[in-house]
Ligand binder design. Structure first.
Ligand SMILES: NC(=O)C1=CN([C@@H]2O[C@H](COP(=O)(O)OP(=O)(O)OC[C@H]3O[C@@H](n4cnc5c(N)ncnc54)[C@H](OP(=O)(O)O)[C@@H]3O)[C@@H](O)[C@H]2O)C=CC1
Ligand SMILES: O=C(O)C1=N[C@H](C(=O)O)C[C@H](O)C1
Length: 246
């Protein structure tokens, strides 16, 4: 049995993870942490892997505390920067432990990011629209940032230049935010859980790649896969695709 700790255990995702781990035949929940609980070598209670779905402002410090407690970590919390990745990579390598950080554990979203990067070299224009429940605290979503970065990287490698856009005035920011030059638009709407559309355009044609999570159970097969695959690795892995052989 894999001994699992969950941080952010009372949250929307954390509570769903606790149920999924409890139901998994090869795992058991051995420790739960939420706001105000201290992560120590004692309080992790022999956990081999911790799953963090907390909040962007605390996730990095949780990961450092879990590594110090001798636990491998699977992270779904968003808000990571290149600097925070670098600090965690260094800590994980120095301690011989593993951290897997994924902006999205839903299979549809993982594949949508992959398909967008595959398609990007063949289209003049690309924009990302992410749509979420109104309780989400960060914008744009971690998934949208990763999607846009993947598109931008694929465009650069293919030698594509600027996208066509004659906009001269945009006082309201209606053209969205830019992630590595790719416009990203965020919608917050009651009734939604998590959706993303990637629009790719050429003269006379459009490709739309869309992924919808209607329920948080959609993330659970990916989270459980992450728990199983993080064991035995070392250092930092970014993206579930990296442990799926994609
Ligand atoms: N990678 C993926 O597939 C997915 C990622 N996410 C991301 O996961 C994160 C959590 O989302 P969601 O569950 O909706 O958010 P919630 O706000 O529902 O849950 C966060 C939980 O973390 C708790 N918390 C606050 N501080 C700490 C701390 N120091 N240590 C441990 N727990 C703490 C919160 O407590 P309190 O409320 O008291 O502050 C709350 O219970 C977000 O960043 C979201 O974007 C979400 C879905 C899928
Ligand atoms: O906050 C959420 O709900 C989600 N957050 C992640 C993100 O920011 O990309 C993953 C998913 O979109 C749900």
């Amino acid at each position: 049995m894999i001994r699992v700790a969950v941080t952010g255990a009372k949250g929307r995702m954390g509570s769903t993870v606790v149920q999924a781990v409890t139901d998994a035949p090869d795992m058991e929940v051995v420790a739960l942490f939420d706001a105000g609980d201290e992560i120590t070598p004692q309080s992790v209670n022999g956990a081999q892997v911790a799953v963090d779905f907390s909040i962007p402002s605390v996730t990095e410090s949780n990961v450092h505390a879990l590594l110090d407690a001798g636990v491998d970590v699977v992270v779904g919390t968003t808000g990571w920067t290149e600097e925070s990745y670098a600090r965690v990579r260094e800590h994980a390598e120095a301690s011989g432990r593993a951290v897997l950080i994924a902006p999205n554990f839903a299979m549809g979203a993982v594949l949508a990011m992959k398909f967008a990067a595959m398609a990007a070299p063949y289209f003049e224009s690309a924009e990302v629209i992410e749509m979420h429940h109104p309780a989400k605290v960060d914008a744009p979503s971690g998934t949208a940032v990763a999607t846009a970065r993947g598109i931008a990287k694929a465009r650069a490698e293919a030698g594509l230049g600027e996208m066509p856009d004659a906009t001269e005035t945009d006082e309201l920011g209606s053209r969205g935010g830019r992630v590595d030059g790719i416009p990203v638009h965020a919608v917050r709407l009651r009734g939604l859980t998590a959706s993303e559309e990637i629009l790719l355009g050429n003269a006379g044609e459009q490709l739309v790649i869309r992924t919808d999570s209607f329920d948080r159970v959609s993330f659970m097969p990916g989270v459980l896969l992450g728990v199983r695959r993080v064991i035995g690795r070392t250092g930092l892995t970014i993206g579930l695709d990296q442990v799926m052989g994609l």
